[in-house]
Each structure stands twice: as structure tokens, then as C-alpha cells.
Ligand binder design. Structure first.
Ligand SMILES: NC(=O)C1=CN([C@@H]2O[C@H](COP(=O)(O)OP(=O)(O)OC[C@H]3O[C@@H](n4cnc5c(N)ncnc54)[C@H](OP(=O)(O)O)[C@@H]3O)[C@@H](O)[C@H]2O)C=CC1
Ligand SMILES: O=C(O)[C@@H]1CCC=N1
Length: 270
């Protein structure tokens, strides 16, 4: 198996790190990355092959993972048109639509649009996947296997919903990290040293997510089980409610979704 990453930034590193821990060998993975210092880092960190030019490495690939920023994509992929002899293309870019990628690749249509997230690095990612018109059963199997090696996988039939996947789970880890930052800051404000504050905040989120994942109860029931009548949690949740927490999260997800759609429209016009 030869899997080539085009772009070796944050998301590529999360996928590569996770895939190496779970069933792929370093000699199966390589990265086309423009920045020499980033190439050096990727070799040191993962022992994968690196190059600054896509040419031959792409011709021999079974899969090419497009992992540059959406704004860099057209320039990065147009030189690949006509060179993808046997590769499946998996794009992880936010917003960019399969039809536009296909046009930039001169009609090549074995394209899976995927939206992973950075917890892939620790095997705890979740990815939404959507297959383009030229994708067959074997291609689906390969894309599914790559992303299932770093977490769970959800296939989405209607591509228009990929912007919602991006807004919920692609960007979602950042929302959770922001919540951890807020909980940690609240602990520091109450006199805990930085390490203790971080431990309290991270282990709370980790434990709650693990319980939610493993319990037969939904998160609503688990919340109620923490919330004693007239107790401390009820006092805190009332403040969340006064602040419009549920609506705030929905508006944040809507903003991310709209940004994904706008990126697809803006960049796809070119
Ligand atoms: N970060 C995340 O959590 C997630 C990101 N994504 C998607 O993943 C993609 C990458 O995001 P992210 O990793 O955060 O971005 P990064 O900017 O960290 O990574 C992109 C890398 O590609 C390099 N690059 C740019 N042009 C080329 C080229 N023509 N050939 C080879 N390498 C090139 C960039 O170099 P330079 O910096 O010098 O331009 C950079 O190192 C995006 O499309 C994003 O939407 C999807 C899910 C989650
Ligand atoms: O912020 C972004 O645009 C990318 C896509 C999802 C997560 N990071």
C-alpha cells in the first residue's frame, strides 16, 4: 500500500501519527510538503518518506490524501491532473466540493470527500466520508479502512451535509478544548496551581466523555444524575441556561457550517 499525503500540516500529522499506531507501516506512507523544516519534522517524528515535489510519488500511489488548506488546493492539485494513474483521492479539505476538485483534476472522479478531526492522532477521531461518482466498492473500503484506523467513520450520502459534519465534528475538538480552557481558568481563579487546574479540567472532560460513550444512558440522563435537586450543579446549569448555552452552541455550529459552504462557493468558482 502506498498512501501519499499532499500537505504535511496539522491534520496530515494527526492522521499519519494515528495510522502508524494502528495498522500502517511508515514505508507505506509518504508526504509531499513544500516547507523544508516541516519535512524534516515529519521525518523525525514519524519516519515517513518526504518530498517537495508530487510528481513520481503520486503516479505510484494507491491513495492520495489532499491535506493542504482549502485556499491552497487548486494550485496544489492542478499539476496532478493526468498523473493519478491508480490512486484514489481522499480530500480532507473543509468546504471544497467533489465536483470542483474533479474539475481541477481534469475530470478525475475517484474522489472521496472526508472530514476527520485531530483526535485521530490518539486513535479517537471521528470522520464523515462522502463518495464521489467514480468511487467503487474497493475505493470505499480503502478510504473507510484508512480513516477507521484512527477512529469511527460515518458515511454521508448527501454531500451538502458535509459542511454540517465539518461544523460539528471537524471543528468540534476546538470547542471542547475551549471549554477545557474555560474550566481550567475558573479553577486557577479559585487558587489552584496551573497543573492541578489543568488536571481537574481535562480529567473531568475525559471522564464525562468516556462515561457518555460507554453508558446506556444518553447525555441528558447522565446530566440529570449529576444534578441533585437544590444542589451545586443545578446552580451552575441555571447560569448556563440564562446565558443561552444551547442556542450559543447551535449558533457557533451554524457559523462554522456557513463558513464551510462559503469557502466551497468562493473557491469552487475558480
Ligand atoms: N486542522 C484540523 O483540525 C482539520 C483540518 N482539516 C482540513 O485539512 C486541511 C489541512 O489543514 P491543516 O493541516 O490544519 O493546515 P496546515 O496549514 O497545518 O497544513 C497544510 C500544509 O500543506 C503545505 N502545503 C501548501 N501547499 C502545498 C503544496 N502545493 N504541496 C504540498 N504541501 C503544501 C502547507 O505549507 P505552508 O504552511 O508553507 O503553506 C502546510 O504545511 C485543510 O484543508 C483543512 O480544511 C480537516 C479536518 C480537521
Ligand atoms: O478550521 C478549519 O477550517 C478546519 C476544518 C475543520 C477543522 N479545522
Amino acid at each position: 500500500m502506498k498512501i501519499v499525503f499532499l500537505g504535511g500540516g496539522n491534520m496530515a500529522a494527526a492522521l499519519i501519527g494515528g495510522m502508524l499506531e494502528r495498522g500502517f507501516d511508515a514505508h507505506e506512507l509518504s508526504v509531499v510538503e513544500l516547507a523544508p523544516e516541516r519535512r524534516e519534522w515529519l521525518v523525525g517524528q514519524f519516519g515517513v518518506g518526504v518530498t517537495g515535489v508530487a510528481d513520481d510519488v503520486v503516479r505510484e500511489a494507491d491513495a492520495v490524501v489532499l491535506a493542504v488548506k482549502p485556499q491552497q488546493m487548486r494550485e496544489a492539485v492542478e499539476p496532478l491532473a493526468g498523473r493519478l494513474e491508480r490512486a484514489l483521492v481522499v480530500s480532507v479539505a473543509a468546504g471544497l466540493r467533489i465536483g470542483d476538485l474533479s474539475r481541477w483534476l481534469d475530470g478525475f472522479d475517484r474522489i472521496v470527500r472526508a472530514m476527520p478531526n485531530t483526535p485521530a492522532l490518539v486513535g479517537a477521531g471521528v470522520s464523515g466520508l462522502c463518495a464521489g461518482p467514480g468511487v467503487d466498492g474497493e475505493d470505499r473500503e480503502l478510504a473507510g479502512r484508512m480513516l477507521a484506523s484512527v477512529g469511527s467513520v460515518v458515511w454521508v450520502e448527501d454531500e451538502a451535509r458535509m459542511d454540517a459534519v465539518t461544523a460539528v465534528s471537524g471543528s468540534g475538538p476546538a470547542y471542547v478544548f475551549h471549554f477545557i480552557e474555560a474550566l481550567e481558568a475558573a479553577a486557577v481563579a479559585r487558587g489552584f496551581d496551573a497543573d492541578t487546574a489543568r488536571r481537574l479540567a481535562i480529567d473531568t472532560v475525559l471522564g464525562a466523555a468516556k462515561l457518555a460513550a460507554e453508558s446506556d444512558d444518553g447525555p441528558d440522563v447522565l446530566r440529570q444524575k449529576v444534578t441533585s435537586r437544590g444542589g451545586t450543579t443545578a446552580a451552575a446549569l441555571a447560569v448556563f441556561e440564562q446565558g443561552g448555552f444551547m442556542g450559543l452552541v447551535d449558533r457557533a455550529v451554524a457559523a462554522a457550517e456557513a463558513r464551510g459552504r462559503a469557502l466551497g462557493e468562493e473557491l469552487g468558482r475558480g
